[in-house]
Design a protein around this ligand. Structure first.
Ligand code: TMP
Length: 224
């Protein structure tokens, strides 16, 4: 486990990817498989996952009339993350639960770093403090082009462009920087990242993801 300091028993898995990459669907599929295999599972998401985080999520995503400087975004995300790590993720890991988190620090590096141009080393310092150094054991990257991801979101009827949240409404160039950023982050730590082709059928994606998760469970067989 890649946690600075104390060792915990659970497994910490994060799901990352551009808009419309199918993270939520995959999270539910993995949670079901883990539970069927006798594992305790916690599925959560960022920003959000705590009462405070949910309020911060609404402000960040939905209050588009508010000017929100990228650094202010990162600091609000850090606050939401601190609360989630302290109140939810660390206690779950300590009790041997497998934690599946839909977005985590790498989203900040991809969106506020690569997307908005904030310095990665500054963001890493802030996130190290915010999370007390808690890093995932495994990060699944659901890779899809922004064009396909945003079109998929529209097709699903989840949102129309007039209702897009702060990030969905960003330019295609921004979303391309985010995607390229994910590739760069994954290349930096290939031992932690597994790239999945999010254009495949959801069942194929889930099967590949399950394979990667199983390997980590074999490497670190905490009791259920
Ligand atoms: P989603 O989880 O439904 O994809 O929505 C969360 C949005 O927030 C998504 O557009 C990405 C953005 N976001 C960031 O910009 N930075 C972050 O650190 C996180 C967690 C999310």
């Amino acid at each position: 486990m890649s946690e600075a300091g104390s060792r915990t028993r659970g497994l910490f898995i994060t799901l990352e990817g551009p808009e419309g990459s199918g993270k939520s669907l995959l999270g539910r599929a993995l949670a079901a498989r883990l539970e069927a295999n006798g594992r305790r599972v916690l599925l959560t998401r960022e920003p959000g996952g705590t009462p405070l985080g949910d309020v911060l999520r609404d402000v960040l995503l939905l209050r588009r009339e508010l000017h929100f400087a990228p650094l202010a975004q990162a600091l609000v995300l850090a606050a939401s993350r601190t609360q989630l790590v302290q109140d939810v993720i660390r206690p779950a890991l300590r009790s041997g639960t497998v934690v599946l988190c839909d977005r985590y620090v790498d989203s900040t590096y991809a969106y506020q770093g690569f997307g908005h141009g904030l310095a990665l080393e500054d963001l890493r310092m802030v996130m190290r403090v915010a999370t007390e150094g808690l890093l995932p054991d495994l990060t699944l990257l659901l890779d899809v082009t922004p064009e396909m991801g945003l079109a998929r979101k529209q097709r699903q009827g989840a949102t129309s462009p007039s209702e897009w949240n702060r990030f969905e409404a960003e330019t295609l160039a921004f979303h391309n920087r985010v995607r390229d950023g994910y590739h760069a982050l994954a290349a930096e730590h290939p031992e932690r990242w597994v790239r999945l082709d999010a254009t495949s059928h959801p069942e194929v994606v889930a099967a590949e993801a399950w394979h990667a998760v199983q390997q980590r469970l074999i490497e670190d067989p905490s009791p259920p």
